[in-house]
Every structure is written in C-alpha cells, then in structure tokens.
Design a protein around this ligand. Structure first.
Ligand code: PEP
Ligand code: MN
Length: 327
C-alpha cells in the first residue's frame, strides 16, 4: 500500500503518518518523488483503518499495490534506482557497468594477470568465484577462503572493485571483509535464509535469476533483500532452462525488458552462463544492452582451454577487447 502525500505536505506531517503506521507494527518507508513524497507500507495491512490515515493532514490518497512484490516494484518507486559501488561506478547510471574476470579464482598470478588486463581493456569490476557451486562434487570446488584473500590483494594492487559468489551463511564474515559486491548465484536465488542474512551485511548485492525461476519469483527474491532494509540490489539475467539443448541456457531478453517496466532495480545480463560457449557471448552481450540492461558480467580467462571451470564459455583477452570495442 502506498500513502501519497500532497505536494505541499510538510516534513512534520509526513513524520506523523510514518509514526502512526509504525505504531501498528508495520514498516513505513518514505519514497521522496519529484513532485511529492509517498510512504510505502508493508506488513499485514488488515490493521489499518484507512479512513483514519486519510484524515491525517497532508495525506492525498491511498493506492493499493496490486503486485505480490512491493518494494521492488515501479508502483512503489517510479524512478530508476541507482546502486553505487564507488564514486566512479554506478549501476543504473549513464554508462553500462562491465564486470569481467574468470569463472574461478585459480591462483594469485592468474587473477592478477586477468585483473590487470581486463581493467586496461575497460572493465569496471573484477569477478572471480572462490566458492564454486559445481554440478558435480568431483569438479573443482574453488579456493574458498584463500581465493577471497587473493581477490582482496589483487583488488588493492590493481585498484579494481570486486564481486564474488557467496554460497553459505558460514561465509558472511569473509565476504564482508574481502569483497565490494556480493553475488547470489542462480542456485541460491531461492535460499531465503541466505538472502536475508546477506542483506544485513549492508553491501551491494548482485542477485542472479534462478535457472527455472519465473520473473515473479525472481522479483520476490529481490523483495526479501529490500525488506531487510538493503536497497542496493542489482538483478542479473543469466539464462533459463528450456527444452532447447543446443546452448547451455536461453538468455531471456523478454524478462530483461519486462523487468525494466515492472521494477526500478538495475538489471544486468550474463551472456557467458546463458550461452555456455564463447562464440555466442558477444552477440548476446550486445542484445542485452540493446534491450536496456544496465551492464554485463562476462567470463574472461588468460588460458580458457586450461581453465578449472567454464573454459568453454570464457573469452580470451583478444575477444574481450573486440567485444568492448564493438559495444
Ligand atoms: C557464476 O557466475 O560463476 C555462476 C556460477 O553463475 P550462475 O549462478 O548464474 O550459474
Ligand atoms: Mn562460471
């Protein structure tokens, strides 16, 4: 539910409505707009006597948000949200944010070389997995804590902000210490306990869409994070599973375009995990930006043939260079 204040409503009038809502054990979030402030109300609204709220000085009207997702919806907040990483990097800003790096952190030397190169070629942020959610328990599982320490050192040396995937609440302290942004992977999009606890770290979060999650489920997963008081969520479309077997996943550009209508959150595209093969990464990356994505996350490796994970979809430095040029 949205309580829309009159455009001449005073701060005191807004505060007294917020107080009245909070007295009912509901959450009230102020959403300042260009013309007027709205107050977003979440929780069990059965307790609200709407007539009483309408009688508060400064209240214009009450609007019911019809969607299941509230805080992430454009009904709640019409303006695009911006998620800031540092003074130069903002998702939802003017330029698309480019995240590049290996699927997995394999060694200090490997990550240093990749970081140096992708930064020089135009990447804004460095990716690299330390805890790898692999389909098979016999595949490389990541360097874990050592991987995050490597990432932290490389980041300081090269001067590039980092992102890595968290897979368990046991890792919260390590991620708080070592990364600038935290990725929640496709396999954990439905891990609501993890979503709620990562939200509390007060770091920007990249939330990837589950491989069989509907748009509504995806937005509701983001709603969990905003509902914990963390508005710094960037969505990521990384391909969904369909009957088609010729590529790893299908990059669902419909949903990218639709989410731009439905939600104020920035959304980026991961062409690497969508395609599963390096030769389709560039066309999918371009398509993603063409439908309005706010950035890309792309796997780049110094030696894709010998990568410990996802080598087949990783770009070489040369192909990453061409991609950036074409973009
Ligand atoms: C990844 O980014 O390395 C990854 C495992 O992605 P996803 O969760 O989209 O499969
Ligand atoms: Mn990968």
């Amino acid at each position: 539910m949205l309580i829309v204040m009159k455009n001449k409503a005073t701060k005191t009038q807004i505060k007294s409505v917020v107080k009245a809502i909070e007295k009912l054990s509901l959450k009230a979030e102020q959403l300042p707009g260009a013309q007027r402030t709205a107050i977003g109300v979440t929780g069990n609204k059965d307790y609200i006597d709407q007539g009483r709220i309408l009688n508060f000085p400064g209240v214009k009207e009450i609007i019911h948000v019809t969607k299941k997702y509230k805080l992430v919806s454009r009904e709640f907040k019409p303006q695009n949200s911006k998620v800031r990483i540092n003074k130069d990097i903002t998702f939802g800003g003017k330029a698309p944010v480019i995240i590049a790096g290996p699927c997995s952190i394999e060694s200090y030397e490997q990550l240093l070389e990749i970081a140096r190169k992708v930064k020089a070629l135009g990447a804004d942020m460095l990716r690299g997995g330390a805890y790898k959610p692999r389909t098979s328990p016999y595949s490389f599982q990541g360097l874990e804590e050592e991987g995050l320490e490597i990432m932290s050192k490389v980041s300081k040396k090269i001067g590039i902000p980092t992102i890595s995937e968290i897979t368990s609440t046991d890792q919260l302290d390590l991620f708080k210490k070592h990364t600038d942004m935290i990725q929640i992977g496709a396999r954990n999009m439905h891990n609501f306990d993890l979503l709620k606890k990562v939200a509390k770290l007060d770091k920007p979060i990249l939330l990837k869409r589950g491989m069989s999650a509907t748009m509504e489920e995806f937005l509701l997963a983001a709603e969990y994070i905003l509902n914990e008081g963390n508005p710094n969520v960037v969505l990521c479309e990384r391909g969904i599973r369909t009957f088609e077997q010729s590529t790893r996943n299908i990059l669902d550009l419909n949903t990218v375009a639709l989410i731009k209508e439905e939600s104020h959150l920035p959304i980026i595209v991961d062409p690497s995990h969508a395609a599963g093969r390096y030769d389709l990464v560039a066309p999918l990356a371009k398509a993603g930006l063409a439908v309005g994505a706010d950035g890309l996350i792309v796997e780049v490796h110094n030696d894709p043939k010998n990568a410990l994970s996802d080598g087949g979809q990783s770009l070489t430095f040369d192909s990453f260079k061409s991609l950036i040029k074409e973009l």
